[in-house]
Write a protein that binds this ligand. Structure first.
Ligand SMILES: Cc1cc2nc3c(=O)[nH]c(=O)nc-3n(C[C@H](O)[C@H](O)[C@H](O)COP(=O)(O)OP(=O)(O)OC[C@H]3O[C@@H](n4cnc5c(N)ncnc54)[C@H](O)[C@@H]3O)c2cc1C
Length: 403
C-alpha cells in the first residue's frame, strides 16, 4: 500500500521527493508544485511563475484533486472527483488558510465569497489574480503589516501601485522585529513610496457594484482603493483531520514521530502542531518532511522541533535591505544585550544573551555574521566561557565564523 500525501506545498512535495515511487501526492492546486515563499517575487515581476517551480517530485501526482474525506476504517481518501485513494500510511500536508478578518461589509449573504477587488495572498492563483489587477498608479491597500503584508506592499510598490499599508500593531513585523529594526523596514517601505499607518485598525470596507472601493479605518478615515490585500495571518488547515476525529488543537497534534492520534496518519508542515507549536514557516515544514521521510524508510530519530530564523530581502534600486531575526529580540530584565548601529549605512545588529545562552538576535543591512549567530542559537550550547558580554560577543556580531 502506498504512502498517500495530501498537499503539494513545500512539505508534501519534499516528502514525496524523498519517498520517490512509494508515494502518491494529492493536491488541489492546478499548478505544478512551487515555492510559496517566492510568490512575492512573482508579484513584483522579478520571477516568472515557472521559475519558482519546485524540483520534480518523482511521486505519482494527482493535481486539481481535493481530498474531501478520510475513511479511517477502510483506509481510503475520498476525493472531490468521486475517486478514492487507498493508503497504507496517510500524510496530511495541508498547510494553512489565510485568516479573513471579520470586517464590516466584507462578506455578503454568502460568507465564503469575497467581493471583487479583494485578495488573499496565499496561492499562485491569488498571486496571478493580484498581478493581473495591478498596473502603474493602481491604488492598493494592504491590511496587515507582518512578514506577508510587508512583502506584498513592497511587491505592489515595485509594480508601480500607490500602496497604503495598515498595521494594527504599533510596528511592522512585530512578531519578529524589535522597534529599531522595524523602524528600518518602515523607512525602507516609505522610500519605495508605500504609505504606512501603524496602530491603525480597519473597521470595514465599502462595496460598490460588487467591488471593494473603500477601506474604512477605526478613526473614521477612509482610504479609496482599487485593490485590497488581506494579509492578516494564517490558520492551520485542519478540517479533514477534525472531521476524521483526529486530535486537533490549533493544528493537527503530532508526536516526535510526526504521528497523529491515528497510528496510520502522520502530519507535517503548517497544518501540524508539535509540542504545542504550530510553526507556519518554511524551514520547519521542510525539516519535518525530512524527518518523516527518514522514519518511513526505516530511521528512528525523533523530531524534536525546529529553531526558526526568519530572513527577508527587500530589493531596492539603491540596494536591497536584508534582514534576519531569530528567537527573542526583546530582552527580559536581567538579559544582556549587545547592539551595533550605523545610521549612515542603515545597518543594525543586536543580540540578546540570557545567562550563557544566545536567546535571540536581529540583523538588518549587514548579515555577514548570520551564519555564526544562527549556529550558536540553533545548537543552544553555552557560549564560550570568555564570551561574557563584551569584546568576544562583539566579535561574534562582527565576524562570520566567530564561534
Ligand atoms: C507570500 C508568502 C510568503 C512567505 N514567506 C515566507 C518566508 O519568507 N519565510 C518562511 O519561512 N515562510 C514564508 N511563508 C510561509 C511558507 O510558505 C509556509 O510555511 C510553507 O509553505 C508551509 O508549507 P506546507 O507544505 O506545510 O503548506 P503549503 O505550502 O500551504 O501547502 C499546502 C498545500 O496543500 C493543499 N491542500 C490543502 N488541503 C487539501 C486537500 N484537502 N486536498 C488537496 N490539497 C490540499 C493546498 O492547496 C496547498 O497546495 C510565506 C508564505 C506566503 C504565502
Amino acid at each position: 500500500m502506498p504512502t498517500v500525501i495530501i498537499g503539494t506545498g513545500l512539505a508534501g512535495t519534499r516528502l514525496a521527493q524523498r519517498l520517490g515511487e512509494h508515494a502518491v501526492l494529492v493536491g488541489e492546486e492546478p499548478h505544478a508544485p512551487y515555492n510559496r515563499v517566492l510568490l512575492a517575487e512573482v508579484l513584483a515581476g522579478t520571477y516568472a511563475p515557472d521559475v519558482i517551480a519546485l524540483p520534480g517530485a518523482p511521486a505519482a501526482r494527482r493535481l486539481r484533486t481535493r481530498a474531501v474525506r478520510i475513511d479511517r476504517q477502510r483506509r481510503v481518501v475520498q476525493c472531490d472527483d468521486g475517486s478514492e485513494v487507498a493508503y497504507g500510511t496517510l500524510v496530511l500536508a495541508t498547510g494553512s488558510n489565510p485568516v479573513l478578518p471579520p470586517l464590516r461589509g466584507l462578506f455578503g449573504a454568502d460568507a465564503t465569497v469575497l467581493p471583487g477587488g479583494v485578495h488573499a495572498f496565499r496561492t499562485m492563483d491569488d498571486c496571478l489574480a493580484l498581478s493581473a489587477a495591478v498596473t502603474e498608479g493602481t491604488r492598493a491597500v494592504v491590511i496587515g503589516g507582518g512578514l506577508l503584508g510587508v512583502s506584498a506592499a513592497r511587491a505592489l510598490a515595485r509594480r508601480g501601485a500607490q500602496v497604503v499599508l495598515t498595521q494594527q500593531a504599533e510596528r511592522l513585523m512585530e512578531r519578529q522585529l524589535d522597534p529599531r529594526s522595524s523602524a528600518l523596514v518602515l523607512r525602507h517601505l516609505t522610500g519605495l513610496g508605500v504609505e504606512v499607518h501603524t496602530e491603525c485598525r480597519v473597521r470595514g470596507v465599502g462595496v460598490e457594484d460588487g467591488r471593494v472601493r473603500r477601506v474604512e479605518l477605526h478613526d473614521g478615515f477612509v482610504l479609496d482603493t482599487d485593490v485590497t490585500v488581506l494579509a492578516c495571518g494564517v490558520r492551520p488547515r485542519t478540517g479533514l483531520a477534525r472531521a476524521a476525529g483526529l486530535d486537533v488543537r490549533r493544528g493537527v497534534v503530532v508526536d516526535d514521530a510526526l504521528c497523529t492520534s491515528d497510528p496510520h496518519i502522520r502530519a507535517v508542515g503548517d497544518c501540524a502542531e508539535h509540542a504545542g507549536t504550530v510553526y507556519g514557516l518554511a524551514t520547519p515544514a521542510l525539516e519535518q518532511a525530512d524527518a518523516l521521510a527518514a522514519r518511513l524508510t526505516g530511521g528512528a530519530a525523533p523530531y524534536t522541533g525546529t529553531r526558526t530564523l526568519t530572513r527577508l530581502t527587500l530589493p531596492h534600486e539603491a540596494g536591497p535591505l536584508d534582514l534576519a531575526a531569530f528567537g527573542e529580540t526583546d530582552p527580559l530584565p536581567g538579559d544582556d544585550v549587545v547592539q551595533l548601529t550605523d545610521a549612515t549605512r542603515g545597518t543594525y545588529r543586536k543580540v540578546v544573551v540570557r545567562g550563557d545562552r544566545l536567546v535571540g538576535g536581529v540583523l538588518v543591512g549587514e548579515l555577514a555574521s548570520v551564519g555564526a549567530l544562527a549556529h550558536a542559537w540553533e545548537s543552544d550550547e553555552s557560549l564560550p566561557a570568555d564570551d561574557a558580554v563584551g569584546a568576544p560577543l562583539l566579535h561574534l556580531l562582527t565576524h562570520d565564523g566567530g564561534l
